[in-house]
Design a protein around this ligand. Structure first.
Ligand SMILES: *Cc1c(COP(=O)(O)O)cnc(C)c1O
Length: 360
């Protein structure tokens, strides 16, 4: 069945797959909803978008994305409140950021109106897949790839913008945490590089060092500056926070660090709670000293997928340090995570103006 909205051509599935899905047992990012959104860039402009059944896409094997990695993405979430209304969290930030990422890779910006029209139409079409309840959300994966055929090393003249929707469950467990390794050899990003962009290649480059860290008994790498490996910048694919005494510390954003929406939300919520926040260079030696003298109380990653992800200890140049186990009520990570998820899921007043309702 094919219908036309004003601006999107919609081809619906003949039969939904929703009954095959166990919503209580979802591996993150592995199940996708019935439909997906596609908009092609050709002849210098974005063409009429299409929503169609989720499935494989056809591309020339010489498409530039496969050879030169012109690919960027975003990660965002939608929620369903108890009254069946659908909400997103600061989606304008993701819309702006995907264009910042695209710009760095010499790819065209995707217009804001198309972004919101496409995403909201898709969310409404697959609304039954958005589960209510505290720990449930719809993970949204916008991405752009270079589709022009030909292996000359130059920017593509053709692109595809897509939205995929993947139902997700929270995978935060209070009191648990991962052990991380502070990088002292490999780097994720460098001055003047692409570290601030959600460019696909940034993630490929992390897999090998992360694999080595895992073989050495750590679960993630905390990335340091590429020059001296002396300042702590990001935790895997999340921003990173340190609590020394009662102060929360995180690195300033730069061209090496991704400007995370969760990061800036945590800074605002923490300040609103009266927690002292310092945004400044974080030295590995300072954190090592704080761990030795017992003032390093918490470390956590911050990102859309998990919101907050606790770190239980770290290794640096052959030494290992464990963080103390705090009661839930004393733990900044748990407190800040709850403040943010309560706003996301419409349980708390939206004092910062962060919620965005998907209108019928
Ligand atoms: C996506 C991402 C983050 C977190 O950003 P959010 O907007 O909070 O999801 C942090 N660091 C890197 C490298 C990322 O790719």
């Amino acid at each position: 069945m094919r219908t036309e909205t004003q601006n999107i051509s919609i081809e619906k599935v003949t039969e939904s797959r929703i009954n095959e899905v166990d919503f209580n047992n979802l591996a993150f990012g592995s199940v996708f909803t019935d439909h997906m959104y596609e908009c092609d860039f050709k002849d210098g402009k974005w063409q009429t978008p299409v929503i169609k059944p989720y499935g494989p896409i056809m591309m020339a094997p010489s498409a530039k994305v496969f050879h030169y990695g012109q690919a960027v993405f975003e990660g965002m979430k939608a929620y369903k409140a108890d009254d069946d209304t659908i909400w997103m969290f600061r989606p304008e930030e993701n819309q702006k950021r995907i264009n910042i990422s695209s710009g760095r890779l010499q790819m065209p910006a995707f217009p804001k109106e198309l972004f919101f029209e496409g995403l909201e139409t898709l969310l409404k079409l697959d609304r039954d897949w958005i589960q209510k309840g505290e720990d449930n959300s719809m993970y949204i994966r916008p991405f752009v790839i270079a589709t022009e055929a030909g292996v000359s090393a130059s920017p593509s003249n053709e692109y595809k913008f897509m939205f995929l929707l993947s139902p997700a469950q929270a995978y935060f467990k209070a009191g648990s945490g991962v052990k991380v390794l502070f990088a002292d050899k490999f780097s994720r990003s460098a001055n003047g590089g692409v570290g601030y962009a959600k460019a696909a290649g940034n993630y490929a480059g992390q897999f090998y060092p992360t694999h080595l860290a895992q073989e050495a008994g750590y679960q993630q790498v905390v990335w340091t500056d590429a020059d001296k490996h002396e300042s702590l910048e990001e935790a895997g694919v999340m921003n990173v926070f340190f609590r020394v005494g009662d102060t929360l510390i995180t690195a300033p954003t730069s061209d090496r660090i991704l400007d995370g929406i969760t990061r800036k939300s945590i800074i605002q919520v923490a300040e609103n709670e009266g927690i002292k926040v310092e945004v400044r260079t974080v030295s590995v030696y300072e954190i090592e000293d704080a761990a030795k003298n017992g003032t390093l109380l918490e470390m956590f990653g911050a990102g859309t997928a998990a919101v907050v992800s606790s770190i239980s200890g770290f290794g640096f140049k052959g030494n290992d340090y464990e963080l103390p186990k705090l009661d839930d009520k004393d733990c900044y990570a748990i407190r800040l995570r709850k403040r943010i998820t309560d706003i996301q899921t419409n349980k708390a007043e939206d004092i910062f103006g962060w919620r965005y309702q998907v209108k019928e």
